[in-house]
Design a binder for this molecule. Sequence first.
Ligand code: ADP
Length: 324
Amino acid sequence: MNKIALLTSGGDSPGMNAAVRAIVKTCLFHNIVPIGIRDGYKGMVEGEMYEMKYSDVDNIIHTGGTILGSSRCLEFKNKETRITAINNLNQIGVEGLIVIGGDGTFTGASILSDEMGIPVIGIPGTIDNDIYGTDHTIGYDTALNTVIDAVDKIRDTASSHHRIFFIEVMGRHAGFIALNAAVASGAESVLIPEEIPDLNELVAQIQSQNKGKRSSIIIVAEGEQEGGSIELINKVAPMLEGYDLRPTVLGHIQRGGSPSAFDRILATRMGSYAVDLILEGQKGIMIGSDGDKLITTSLETAVKLHNTPDLERLRLLKKMLTRY
Ligand code: ADP
């Protein structure tokens, strides 16, 4: 084994750099040349690759984003485009490929794994935590903490001005961030894609909460079924006359920033393990976490199934809201 290539693809997440660092350092430990591919599958197609040195990964464990860059490369869905990319890797003698990304990235990786002769290993990097085969994806813990920090700040102003804030967080298809941010920030309600919301119940909840408290935080996943925080306010406003309803969309601050200790450790373990698995002759698999253990799932299964949050937490949230 002489050369292993690596790329980051799809939405960036905090901790991707820690994974890149771990892959590069583990390769160098085994006298393997790590080849960095720029901007995800786009760099593979365009031949944008370079030999990575120890110094390339100095001082990056604490940084957000990805030093390799990322992109959405829709042409990668075409077989001819993928053949060009595979030829580019073959030409420089790459013998293994590690991809860090989310669902879309693994769909591409799963197809590549069948089409190319070399082993492909996936590392889950996405703030959404919706990848099957892992308890945690790299970046989720950091994003959750960023959201909680923002909600705490908004609560200060909400309670001072007796306002009802509808805070929209990321999660187009999965409510992990919204649900757990609601539990951790003591929010009054949460709307997630996995549950059909009951707007009458939401209104009643706000009215009963505000008898004593006069401010509320409602966490809204961007993919919930009413269409997001602004739409939701438009729908409930006629039933909540006299209340000061405010939307806040947290947006891309949720993706950035220094990764948490949890994400740095997870990324370091997964990055190093990916190289070990290639050296063991494994291929077509994704690394995941199960409690404190690292596990593997076939890429094919990882893209077919989805991870969903524990809806028992909705009931937990309700228990925290009853006023006595
Ligand atoms: P994420 O990995 O965060 O889910 P995307 O859905 O944007 O992000 O996917 C990242 C990249 O994976 C895409 O830009 C594309 O290059 C590749 N990809 C996604 N779906 C496919 C597919 N069906 N076939 C081949 N490549 C794909």
